[in-house]
Design a protein around this ligand. Structure first.
Ligand SMILES: *Cc1c(COP(=O)(O)O)cnc(C)c1O
Length: 427
């Protein structure tokens, strides 16, 4: 927990920046205490301003799949800096990253790059609405798609189908076009479609949700969504901002054999620099300006440094044994944690998706946001604090994924399990 210099900096930060942070989840609110202020990172380790070393399982919330300061990525970025950091004109780098992206995601014929996942999903929505001439969207409770108005909405009280704004400032007239369904429940989606058969532009779903903690799609759920979209003339948007290069090289759509109309990307695709992307079928993508009428733009979109980091990262992820190694490391950690929980008599439910996972402190299986919300967050808070004290930097919320990267070593895993064994004692 942020003590020493971190606590000092936080005192100053809260006067200058709301909550002292530039993205809320960094504030450690869910677990209590202040955040660590970070000074540097290398490989699997991250260091706070007091010089404490932690094994990092946040990885910048997903992007750092190769570990911090990968020599090849760093060298490429350094070289790119000397050629200029932004031109506001197209570069060949954008074409190269597009080639890598489209090869990884055969469902996409074209892609447009932006600077964040939020921009990607926001733009994909606009495109879906324009293409179908409809306003309504269906999303799932517990799925996060960035903070644009239409998507920052979840059902107020379980049964509500009409969107209720999740944040003050979200225009109710806009939020009312957002319908919330229950994850893993096709009937809840069909019910909305049947009520509004000609009003729904798209269904947007996380490839595999990681933003309520990792929750796996049930057999047939994603295929069922695609079929419902087809039946009612809506588009399927797979938001693979998190899952895209985490589950495998090609995301959830490759693993679950889904052919979405549009896909959103982010996080890993920028290798630690700000990149998002959205893409899909040519006839839809060509509606985008300047080839079509749907406006979307960005001064720093396709930024040469960011493209360089993305290209180098994707190239390295194409190595033959990369994902095998990731799965092996992840599984050894998860299996170890399950064994410890069992031995310590702590009821947990784990969900693993490639190189991300969540240990829910829950006796019941987790298939939706309602289930996830039932997890014991107080227990998680204790576990988190004990782990942090032992030098293990986990996401500071029960409802987040833990990210394993290629830099995590057998020694890291052993140290993590040793810490977990102590942390779960008496939980
Ligand atoms: C992180 C995330 C986003 C938002 O991306 P930002 O780069 O934070 O704007 C959108 N969708 C999913 C699934 C995400 O995990």
């Amino acid at each position: 927990m942020g003590t020493g210099r971190s606590a000092q900096i936080l005192k100053k930060a809260v006067k200058l920046i709301p909550g002292g942070v530039n993205s809320p989840v960094r504030a450690f609110k869910a677990v209590g205490g202040g955040p660590l202020f970070i000074s540097r990172a290398k490989g699997s380790k991250i260091y706070d301003v007091d010089g404490n070393e932690y094994i990092d399982y946040i990885g910048s919330w997903g992007p750092m799949i190769l570990g911090h300061v990968h020599p090849k990525v760093s060298a490429a970025i350094k070289k790119a800096v000397d050629r200029g950091t932004s031109y506001g004109a197209p570069t060949e780098l954008e074409v190269t990253l597009a080639e890598h992206t489209l090869k990884a995601f055969p469902s996409m014929d074209m892609v447009r790059f932006v600077s964040s996942g939020t921009e990607a999903t926001m733009s994909a929505l606009r495109l879906a609405r324009a293409y179908t001439g409809r306003d309504g969207i269906i999303k799932f409770e517990g799925c996060y798609h960035g903070h644009s108005d239409s998507l920052l909405v979840k059902a107020g009280s379980g049964a509500a189908t009409l969107g209720v704004p999740d944040s003050p400032g979200v225009v109710a007239d806009l939020a009312k076009h957002t319908y919330n369904a229950t994850y893993n429940d096709l009937a809840s989606v069909r019910a909305i479609f049947e009520k509004k058969p000609k009003a729904i532009a798209c269904v947007i779903v996380e490839g595999v949700p990681g933003n309520m903690g990792v929750v796996l799609p049930k057999e047939g759920f994603l295929k069922g969504l695609k079929a419902l979209c087809k039946e009612f003339g809506a588009l399927l948007i797979m938001d693979e901002v998190m899952s895209g290069f985490r589950l495998c090289y090609g995301g959830a759509q490759k693993i679950y054999k889904i052919d979405p109309d549009l896909t959103c990307l982010g996080k890993v695709i920028g290798g630690g620099l700000p990149v998002g992307g959205f893409g899909g079928k040519r006839k839809i993508m060509e509606q985008l300006a300047p080839s079509g009428p749907v406006y979307q733009a960005g001064t720093l979109s396709g930024n040469p440094l960011a493209m360089t980091a993305g290209i180098e990262t994707l190239k390295l992820l194409q190595g033959k044994t990369v994902y095998e190694k990731l799965y092996k490391t992840t599984n050894s950690l998860v299996e170890g944690l399950e064994e410890i929980a069992k031995r310590r008599g702590v009821p947990v439910r784990t969900a693993v998706a490639g190189s991300m996972f969540t240990v829910f402190f829950s006796e019941r299986p987790i298939a939706s946001w309602k289930d996830a919300r039932g997890a014991d967050t107080a227990k998680f808070g204790k576990y988190f604090t004990r782990m942090l004290k032992a030098g293990i930097y986990l996401p500071p919320s029960q409802f987040e994924a833990v990210f394993v990267g290629l830099a995590h070593t057998g020694k890291d895993i052993a140290k993590t399990l040793e810490a977990a064994d102590k942390a779960m004692k008496g939980l």
